[in-house]
Ligand binder design. Structure first.
Ligand code: UT7
Length: 326
């Protein structure tokens, strides 16, 4: 028994914000952002559009394509609509899936890989034969657009897949997984306010504690190291080498990070995929958005790897099925 990928859907806000748009009000430039990050533009949700709205749109498309009986929903997000409750139940209800088990997984940018593993576990434990897994974020809602060190990096979007019970070797097979975390780095990338340690009182709001803060250099350093080690660990678990990987589809935070990861793994340019230029860092949504754009061919072995706040990281392998994508 294993889990196999059956359907994929994506949703991005229609509003495109370019580097030049940001440079109009911020001390930055298109040239700086492109050369340091590879990002050219990002999508920003209109006021009133929340993370669950994007997850529902992506989820509906994935469900339509999968034609599988879905018995659970897992949403990877660190920008849920509200602190309480998570958006999993609302996404399930709005998709007409009834009163099935539904929950959020918050592992920030590594959330989608973590959520896939939770879905595989729900299938293995007999809770559900099919699970909708969404990665959805409105990072713009926690971005301080007057802080150039973070404002240029993030974007909004969602992607969703359906995992179903399957047989080893079947097209779409997902796994094994390598997951990890290091809470000593919790302060390196955080939204300090709004939780139980720093409720959003007037003083916290005045300091901008509701916005994302990041030690970019240290996060960069750890991201490369952890994604390389995790990719090697998952390949070893599967009894494979980097040479057996047809495509590397990593978390899209920064083109230079992914280039460094691929270089260290010995995965050449023709086997890498980057779409950070179009969407920026969409956190848990970035891997499904990349899967939709990567022009994958049925049968290709895809290595997924991600790293983010927590710090949290994870990798898995996927045999690309014959799947229609937009
Ligand atoms: O999703 C997972 C988590 N996130 C990441 O993986 C992101 C990890 N970090 C990064 O991608 C990079 O560290 C950044 C893109 C955030 C920054 O790139 P960097 O090459 O590490 O630049 P830096 O932070 O060392 O800054 C270099 C200079 C600084 O000026 P000084 O001190 O050298 O005079 C910054 O003030 O660039 C300046 N700078 C900017 N300049 C123009 C920082 N942000 C900007 C900006 N525009 N937007």
């Amino acid at each position: 028994m294993t889990s196999v990928l059956k359907g994929l859907g994506v949703a991005v806000p229609s509003r495109v914000v370019t580097n030049d748009d940001l440079a109009a009000t911020l001390d930055t430039s298109d040239e700086w952002v492109r050369t340091r990050t590879g990002i050219a533009e990002r999508r920003i949700a209109e006021p009133g559009v929340a993370t669950a709205d994007l997850a529902v749109e992506a989820g509906a498309e994935a469900l339509k394509r999968a034609e599988v009986d879905v018995g659970a929903v897992v949403v990877a997000t660190c920008t849920a609509d509200r602190t309480i409750p998570g958006i999993g139940p609302e996404v399930a209800s709005r998709l007409g899936l009834g009163t099935i088990p539904a929950l959020d997984v918050n592992a920030a940018c590594a959330g989608f890989v973590y959520a896939l593993s939770v879905a595989s576990g729900l299938i293995a434990s007999g809770v559900a034969d099919g699970v909708l897994v969404a990665g959805a974020e409105t990072m713009s809602r926690v971005t301080d657009f007057s802080d150039r060190s973070t404002a240029v990096l993030f974007g909004d979007g969602a992607g969703a897949v359906v995992l179903a019970r399957g047989e080893p070797g079947e097209p779409g097979e997902v796994g094994p997984y390598d997951l990890g975390s290091d809470g000593e780095g919790a302060d390196l990338l955080e939204v300090p306010g709004g939780g139980s340690r720093r409720p959003l009182d007037a003083a916290a709001l005045a300091e901008g504690a509701q916005y994302l803060k990041m030690d970019g250099r240290e996060v960069y350093r750890q991201a490369v190291r952890r994604m390389v080690a995790s990719s090697e660990a998952v390949l070893a678990k599967a009894g494979l080498a980097a040479a057996d990987v047809d495509r590397l589809v990593g978390h899209q935070a920064n083109a230079r990070i992914l280039e460094a990861v691929a270089d260290r793994l010995g995965i050449g340019e023709e086997r890498r995929f980057l779409n950070v230029a179009r969407y920026g860092n969409t956190s848990a949504a970035s891997i499904p958005l990349a899967l939709a754009d990567a022009d994958l061919v049925a049968g290709e072995r895809v290595l997924l790897t991600a790293f983010g706040a927590g710090m949290s990281w994870g990798s898995t392998l996927l045999r690309w099925p014959d799947l229609p994508v937009t």
